[in-house]
Write a protein that binds this ligand. Sequence first.
Ligand SMILES: [Zn+2]
Length: 115
Amino acid sequence: MSISPSAHPIERLEPTQRTLRRAQYEAFEFELVAQGVLVRNASHANPEDHEYLVTIEDGLPHSCPCPADKHHQGACKHRVAVAIRTSVLEAARNAQRIRELEVCGLQATANPPAP
Ligand SMILES: [Zn+2]
C-alpha cells in the first residue's frame, strides 16, 4: 500500500506500536518556540530534564535531539506526540509560515532599491 501525500502525518513517521502508545499516554507538554515545538515529558519527576526541541519541516515533525530518535528506527515518541496532536502540529506549521513571511519581509527591506 502506498502512502499518499495527504496521509495523516503519523503515517509518514512510521513509529513502532510501542512508540505510538507512549506518545499517547505520557503526559507531554508543548511549547511553541522559534525553531519548532519544545516537548516536555511531565511524566518524569524532573520534566525540565526531559525536554526536547522537535523541529518542523515540510509540515512534519522532522528531528528530535533525543537518543531514541538517533538510535532507533522510526520516529521517537516526541515527534510522534506532536504528530498525533494535530492542533499542536497545526500551530507549529502556522508559526513557521509566519516566520517565513517575516524573513521575506526583512530581506525586502534590508536591500532597498538604489536611489
Ligand atoms: Zn525525541
